[in-house]
Design a binder for this molecule. Structure first.
Ligand code: ADP
Ligand code: MG
Length: 151
């Protein structure tokens, strides 16, 4: 599979990048974020929210699993770190197929429930506090999206 890379030297650069991505997103789009604690998954989501015109501050939804924000369309922000049973159906599909964009932190923990088509983004620590964002598009739509912003 084709993958795309982006190196970010600061939290602001990560947010600018996800903001730019957000401007091209459509209802029903699903982004999955992977990376250690402190990698920048929530930081990425903050930029995404900005790009969707959301005014409210986005914080980690660790204790609620799903938080919903309203912008030019809804943003469903999930952090599934604390989901005990990866097969437990918490109604994720309704979000994935909903009228907004879904972003899932620690998505591999609910791998079997993820839609086939999605944009997976792995965030890794790089040198001098930088981050490497590795984008893996599952589906033509997401591949085109990656090409548009990074091609
Ligand atoms: P996660 O949600 O993956 O646990 P957070 O986004 O909550 O991570 O935290 C990432 C931390 O790393 C923040 O304190 C952020 O300021 C810092 N940081 C430093 N450099 C970067 C970068 N290039 N991109 C994103 N975050 C960065
Ligand atoms: Mg987080």
């Amino acid at each position: 599979m084709k993958q795309f890379e982006f190196v970010s030297g600061s939290p602001d650069t990560t947010m600018d990048f996800s903001k730019r991505l957000a401007e091209r997103l459509m209802p029903g789009d699903v982004l999955t974020l992977e990376g250690d604690l402190g990698a920048g998954k929530t930081t990425f989501t903050k930029g995404l929210a900005q790009g969707l015109g959301i005014q409210r501050n986005v914080s980690s939804p660790t204790f609620t699993i799903i938080k919903e924000y309203m912008g030019r369309m809804p943003l469903y922000h999930m952090d599934v770190y604390r989901v005990e049973d990866s097969f437990e159906d918490l109604g994720f599909d309704e979000y994935f197929e909903g009228k907004g964009v879904t972003v899932v932190e620690w998505a591999h923990l609910i791998e079997d429930q993820l839609p086939e088509e999605r944009l997976q983004i792995d965030i890794r620590h790089g040198e001098a506090g930088s981050r490497m964002l590795i984008l893996k598009p599952y589906g033509v739509r997401y591949e085109e999206l990656c090409k548009e912003i990074l091609g």
